[in-house]
Ligand binder design. Structure first.
Ligand SMILES: Cc1cc2nc3c(=O)[nH]c(=O)nc-3n(C[C@H](O)[C@H](O)[C@H](O)COP(=O)(O)OP(=O)(O)OC[C@H]3O[C@@H](n4cnc5c(N)ncnc54)[C@H](O)[C@@H]3O)c2cc1C
Length: 350
């Protein structure tokens, strides 16, 4: 019987996550070859290289793919993430609250909110429904190394280096049967209005498949440029459309501990992420270009850290917020930024 084939176009985090996941789920982590999986990546168009904080579903992905957690963490400079700490979001007074990944819900009806409202409110709400805010503030991990057991289970995700993450999934997947092609997509062959037959590349390849996955990022080469599926723009509600980012190495900018959470601090025209990895922190000021220039945003980002960052390079990332009108048309599925992007405040992209 002819084997079915999936062609993923795009080798950013979305492309390699798709390849690794499909290989894990359909090919039993590469021990079988039920479906041929191929990924086409441009050698010239860089990945977006943001997407360094995740949510707990990332652990499900690692399990399906068959990746050992410790290996993964070493290879990607990963740290544990147990919460998002929101600072200055209620008032500009250095107050904060945590959004932890574990909450002690009482079933069938969780009355934590109404009980707290009826109390004298001397204990912050977050501390009445989860141990994790305190654990985060103490700088503790959700797990012990080895066989130690901490008792109740704490849910967690990771922070990691985005470039190393995609590279690690690439190496892991190609060692288990995924075919990697480095070339630029030049043309798309169609049958009728919504069936892709093949894509051609600048290396004179013609790549056929049964299913095509568009992971070309904001370019949306297949789903939008070829198939014409529109984009529902959400910019009238979500005003941020640009980020300016920078990496702060720990040898100079170590905040005293590797924080086991992401920090999101409100600034004048948006908010700044502070994502700890093993060797450095990533900061990025997500802002609205209608309200602040790039230069002012850069100044505010550097002021957030304090003096000494002048020699560190900053990078500007423009983005559009909204979603694809449909993520599946004919034999093409859009995954990742080609399918849509909504504010990175909760780091839900990956
Ligand atoms: C400012 C910002 C902050 C973010 N923060 C987070 C976060 O903290 N957590 C989180 O989960 N997500 C975050 N995201 C989202 C996250 O970055 C993306 O979901 C993730 O990186 C996936 O991107 P992608 O693979 O779809 O696109 P890209 O990384 O842009 O990859 C596109 C790929 O397509 C290839 N390509 C393009 N054109 C062609 C062509 N013609 N031929 C061949 N290949 C081609 C490119 O070479 C590249 O490999 C953030 C996004 C933004 C904009």
């Amino acid at each position: 019987m002819r084997k079915r084939k999936v062609l993923i176009v795009g080798g950013g985090s979305a492309g390699w996550m798709t390849a690794a996941y499909l290989n894990g789920a359909l090919n039993k982590q590469g021990t079988e070859q039920n479906v041929l999986i191929e990924l086409l990546e441009s050698p010239d168009i860089p990945r977006i290289l943001v997407g360094e904080a995740t949510i707990p579903s990332m652990r499900h992905l690692l399990t399906v793919v068959g990746i050992d957690e410790l290996e993964f963490m070493k290879a990607t400079d990963a740290t544990f993430k147990q919460s998002i700490k929101y600072c200055n979001c209620v008032q500009n007074d250095n107050s904060f609250y945590h959004h932890p990944f574990t909450s002690m819900r009482v079933q069938p009806i969780d009355r934590a909110g109404s009980d707290w409202l009826k109390s004298d409110r001397s204990i912050p709400f977050m501390e009445t429904c989860s141990a994790q805010p305190i654990i985060c503030e103490m700088g503790l991990a959700p797990l012990m190394l080895g066989k130690w057991d901490m008792g109740s289970h704490l849910n967690y995700a990771y922070h990691m280096n985005a470039q190393k993450f995609a590279d690690y999934l690439r190496d892991f997947s190609t060692a288990r049967g995924v075919v990697h092609r480095l070339a630029n997509l030049t043309d798309i062959e169609m049958q009728g209005s919504d069936r892709i037959v093949a894509v051609t590349t600048d290396q004179q390849q013609r790549l056929t498949a049964d299913l095509f996955v568009d992971c070309t990022g904001f370019k949306a080469k297949l789903i939008e440029e070829q198939l014409g599926v529109g984009f529902e723009d959400c910019s009238q509600w979500l005003l941020c459309d640009r980020a300016i980012t920078m990496h702060l190495p720990y040898d100079k900018f170590y905040p005293g501990m590797v924080r086991p959470y992401t920090t999101a601090t409100a600034l004048s025209a948006g908010w700044i992420w502070d994502i700890p990895m093993q060797n450095q922190r990533s900061v990025g000021y997500v802002h609205s270009s209608q309200f602040i220039s790039v230069e002012q945003a850069e100044q505010e980002m550097r002021a957030y850290q304090g003096p000494g960052t002048e020699h560190l390079k900053a990078r500007v990332v423009d983005f559009k917020v909204g979603r694809r009108q449909g993520n599946w048309r004919g034999n093409c599925v859009a995954i990742g930024l080609s399918g849509g992007f909504i504010e990175p405040l909760e780091s839900t992209g990956l």
